[in-house]
Design a protein around this ligand. Structure first.
Ligand code: VTB
Length: 332
């Protein structure tokens, strides 16, 4: 571990640039299967590629948010150890292909994502649903509240931005479970960007409304995706709150086995991702913030965001990978 000026232990900054390869490689692999209608195959190649690259990093990593539990996920399962086994001990949250359906249909905003943090600082969330609310940076803490109504949150956000409510756009997953929220948001005059999948991107998009057109994320998505989104927001800035949906005894028991004692707890962004966090996302398909992978005659192009919470540096890395190297299936 290194140490920043305040004495806080931080992750080795070299890793900031190292982890981008992990998402680049997963994105390139998945992009070859864009629009083929086979979600499973696209996910599988992304998992394989991410794992190979992750295992070349000089870390002692443990997957805490991954492809699922050991029995259902042969690779990158929760608890799997990754890296060379030398170097810093880190916890890892990953989604080699966030938006498998989007990729299979070649629609916008599928990503390869990974977050890395000091050991013990990422919420070990079970693979259940999570209620989430998120806004970007620049607002007073506690401006939005997961327990307030969508109308209240949107009105407060509009006031803080100094715009009328009808200039606010909320991003919501297009699911029947959101019928009431969708109605409430429209009734108060705001617009909605309905997305088919990909709520990690949906949350990240709130950090740059000028570019993405999204001011607030509201609704229920996956808990693993929630932790990844919180890690990203810790790096860029913004606010997020969440609550796990533990609506059966089995889910409550499963969460308890992962150390979650209060099934109704509201998590802040810092509760989900503490301390120093690194985050990398590479576009698979074109999106509102990142371009998808481009296969060109002489190279393969990738577009990534790489960030680190302790310094809040956000790097946009556009890379050209020459044919014949490991990204293209050639020699490493
Ligand atoms: C969201 C979305 C993901 O899961 O978290 C969603 O961002 C939640 O689950 O891309 P449902 O699809 O059951 O609503 C994903 O779609 C990944 O499966």
């Amino acid at each position: 571990m290194g140490s920043d000026k305040s004495g806080e232990h931080v992750l080795d900054r070299v890793l900031t640039l190292e982890i981008v390869r992990v998402t680049e490689r997963a994105a390139v692999a998945a992009a070859r299967l864009r629009g083929r209608g086979d979600e499973h195959a696209a996910d599988q190649v992304a998992v394989d590629a991410m794992r190979t690259e992750l295992n070349s990093l000089q870390i002692r990593g443990t997957v805490v948010i991954g492809e699922g539990e050991r029995d259902e996920a042969p690779m990158l399962f929760i608890g799997e150890e990754v890296g060379t086994g030398e170097g810093q001990e880190v916890d890892i949250a990953l989604d080699p292909l966030e938006g498998t359906t989007i990729c299979a249909k070649s629609l916008p905003n599928s990503l390869a994502v990974i977050a890395m943090a000091e050991k013990g600082s990422l919420l070990n969330a079970p693979d259940v649903y999570m209620d989430k609310i998120a806004i970007g940076p620049g607002f007073e803490p506690g401006l939005v509240d997961i327990d307030a109504s969508p109308e209240d949150n949107i009105k407060k956000l509009a006031l803080a931005k100094g715009v009328p409510v009808d200039e606010i756009t909320a991003c919501i997953l297009d699911r029947p479970r959101h019928a009431r929220v969708i109605e409430a948001v429209r009734d108060c005059g705001a617009a909605i960007r309905l997305i088919g999948d990909g709520d990690v991107a949906g949350v990240i998009h709130t950090t740059n409304p000028e570019e993405t057109g999204i001011d607030i994320y509201i609704g229920i998505g996956g808990a693993p995706e929630g932790v990844l989104a919180a890690a990203a927001l810790r790096c860029i800035g913004g606010q997020m709150q969440s609550r796990l949906i533990l609506d059966t005894d089995e889910k409550v028991a499963r969460a308890a086995r992962m150390g979650i004692e209060d099934p109704k707890r509201v998590y802040s962004m810092e509760d989900m991702a503490r301390g120093d966090v690194l985050f990398s996302a590479t576009g698979v398909t074109d999106g509102n913030m990142l371009l998808g992978v481009k296969f060109e005659k002489n190279c393969i192009r990738t577009d990534s965001l790489v960030m680190r919470s302790s310094t809040k540096t956000v790097r946009r890395i556009s890379a050209a990978h020459s044919h014949g190297n490991k990204f293209t299936g050639g020699l490493t």
